[in-house]
Design a protein around this ligand. Structure first.
Ligand SMILES: Cc1cc2nc3c(=O)[nH]c(=O)nc-3n(C[C@H](O)[C@H](O)[C@H](O)COP(=O)(O)OP(=O)(O)OC[C@H]3O[C@@H](n4cnc5c(N)ncnc54)[C@H](O)[C@@H]3O)c2cc1C
Length: 390
C-alpha cells in the first residue's frame, strides 16, 4: 500500500498552490474589507480576470473533456486542486467548467449552452429544490405542461446557487404526474432568463446568496429539453453526485489553512506570562483538529480514487461529504476558540469560514441524508463493511 502522491499529482498540486498563493491570496485583505462594507469580495469581472490568468498557468476546465479545451483531470487531481482552492477564502474557482449534465445536450444545445458556459460567456444555474422539496427531492411540484411545440412551466424553485446571476437555468420539472418522479415523470429543461422566469435574492448567513426562481406560464420550446423526456430526476441526481467529493476536498483546504493560523497564534499569543500553546487545553484542540483533518483526507481521497476506478462512488462520497463537512465545522470552531475575541472579529477570516462551512453540512445532501445513504447501503447489503479491501 502506497500513501504517497505520484510525481504528476505532486506537480499539479504544487502549481495550483503556487497560483492560489501568488495570485489569489494577495486579494484577501481587500475582499474582507469589501465584505465588511457589504460588497461582494470579488466582482464577477475580477473572477473572470483571475480565471483567464489561471488559464495561462494551464488551469482551465478541470473536469472538461479535452475536445472542449479542458484538462479532463482524474478525480484524484481535481480533489487535490479543490483542496488548494479551499486554502483561500476568496470565492474563486478555476474557469472553463460547465455543469456535468450539460454533456447530455444535443449538438445544437451544446453550441448554445455548454460551450458558452465553458468559455465563461454564459452563466448557468441548476434547480431542483423547491419550498416543499429539499431532501425529499422526489416531492417536486414545478410542472411542465405540453402545449403544441412548447412546454409551459409553472412553480417555484428555491435556494438556487448563481440564481441571481445566471442567464439560463437547468430546471427539473414534473412532466407526467401519473408516472411519478422516480418513475420517469420528470424532465430537465434549459430555460433562458429572457423566456420569463425571475429570481429573488435570498439573504443567508453566508456571503453572496442563492435565489428563489419563479416560473409563471414560462413558455419553453420542446427543443430545449435536456436529455430525454422522463430523465429529469436521474440527471438531477447526477448533478448532485458530482459535488460529493469536491465539497469536502475544499473543506480540507479550509481546515488546513485555519489550523495553521491557530498553531501560529498559539505559538505567539501570551497569557499569564507564557504562550497559550503551552496549555493542554489549547494543545488538545490542535491535536483533535489534526486527527480529524487527516481522517477526512483519506476518506476524501478514497472517494476520488473510487471515481477514478470507474466504480460506484456513492457510498465513499457520502462518507467523505459527511465526515469532511463535520470536520471543517469542528476545526473552524476550535480555531475561533484558540483566537479568543480576535477570532470573532471581521478583521480575520475565521468568522467568515464559520458562516461559510456551516452550509457544507446542509447543501447537496444534508448530514442526515448522507447517513441515510450510508446506512441503507449497509442494511440492504449493497456495500460491505471494509469497502473495497474486503
Ligand atoms: C446556500 C444554498 C445553496 C443551495 N444551492 C442549491 C442549488 O444550486 N440547486 C438546488 O436545487 N438546491 C440548492 N440548495 C438546496 C439544498 O440542497 C437543500 O437546502 C438541502 O437539500 C436540504 O433541503 P431543505 O432545505 O428543504 O431541508 P429539509 O429537507 O426540509 O430538511 C430539514 C431537516 O430535516 C432533516 N431531514 C429531512 N428528511 C429527513 C429524514 N428522512 N431523516 C432524517 N432527517 C431528515 C434534514 O437533514 C434537515 O436537517 C441550496 C441550499 C442552500 C442553503
Amino acid at each position: 500500500m502506497d500513501f504517497s502522491l505520484s510525481d504528476e499529482e505532486r506537480a499539479v498540486r504544487d502549481t495550483a498552490r503556487q497560483f492560489i498563493t501568488r495570485e489569489v491570496m494577495p486579494l484577501e485583505q481587500e475582499a474582507l474589507r469589501r465584505e465588511r462594507a457589504h460588497q461582494p469580495g470579488l466582482e464577477l469581472s475580477e473572477l473572470r480576470e483571475l480565471q483567464l490568468k489561471a488559464k495561462k498557468f494551464g488551469f482551465w476546465g478541470l473536469s472538461t473533456p479535452e475536445e472542449y479545451g479542458g484538462m479532463d483531470l482524474p478525480a484524484m487531481l481535481q480533489s487535490l486542486i479543490w483542496t488548494e482552492i479551499g486554502r483561500t477564502f476568496i470565492p474563486f474557482k478555476f474557469g472553463g467548467d460547465a455543469d456535468n449534465i450539460l454533456y447530455y445536450a444535443n449538438e445544437r444545445q451544446k453550441q448554445e449552452y455548454l460551450v458558452p458556459t465553458i468559455e465563461g460567456d454564459r452563466i448557468s444555474c441548476f434547480a431542483i429544490t423547491e419550498p416543499g422539496a429539499g431532501s425529499d427531492a422526489a416531492n417536486i411540484k414545478l410542472s411542465a405542461r405540453q402545449d403544441g411545440d412548447d412546454w409551459v412551466l409553472n412553480g417555484e424553485k428555491t435556494f438556487i446557487t448563481n440564481g441571481n446571476d445566471a442567464d439560463f437555468v437547468i430546471v427539473v420539472a414534473v412532466t407526467d404526474k401519473e408516472k411519478g418522479v422516480r418513475g420517469g415523470g420528470t424532465t430537465a429543461f434549459l430555460v433562458d432568463r429572457d423566456m420569463g422566469w425571475r429570481s429573488e435574492f435570498i439573504q443567508t448567513m453566508g456571503e453572496g446568496g442563492p435565489a428563489a426562481l419563479v416560473f409563471e406560464d414560462v413558455r419553453v420550446p420542446a427543443r430545449n429539453i435536456l436529455g430525454e423526456i422522463g430523465q429529469g430526476f436521474e440527471l438531477g441526481m447526477k448533478w448532485i453526485g458530482k459535488g460529493r467529493y469536491l465539497i469536502p476536498s475544499q473543506a480540507l483546504g479550509i481546515a488546513e489553512r485555519a489550523l495553521g493560523m491557530a498553531i501560529d497564534y498559539a505559538n505567539t499569543r501570551e497569557t499569564f506570562g507564557r504562550k497559550i500553546g503551552e496549555n493542554q487545553a489549547i494543545q488538545w484542540m490542535i491535536a483533535d483538529s489534526e486527527v480529524e483533518l487527516e481522517a477526512a483526507r483519506w476518506l476524501i481521497l478514497r472517494a476520488a480514487w473510487t471515481v477514478d476506478q470507474g466504480a460506484d462512488p456513492r457510498h465513499a462520497s457520502s462518507m467523505a461529504k459527511l465526515f469532511g463537512a463535520t470536520m471543517v465545522n469542528n476545526v473552524v470552531d476550535r480555531v475561533m476558540q484558540v483566537h479568543g475575541g480576535m477570532g470573532y472579529t471581521r478583521e480575520l477570516p475565521i468568522e467568515r469560514w464559520y458562516r461559510q462551512v456551516r452550509l457544507m453540512r446542509i447543501y447537496e445532501g444534508t448530514d442526515e441524508m448522507q447517513r441515510l445513504i450510508i446506512s441503507r447501503d449497509l442494511l440492504r447489503g449493497y456495500t460491505k463493511i471494509g469497502g473495497h479491501l474486503q
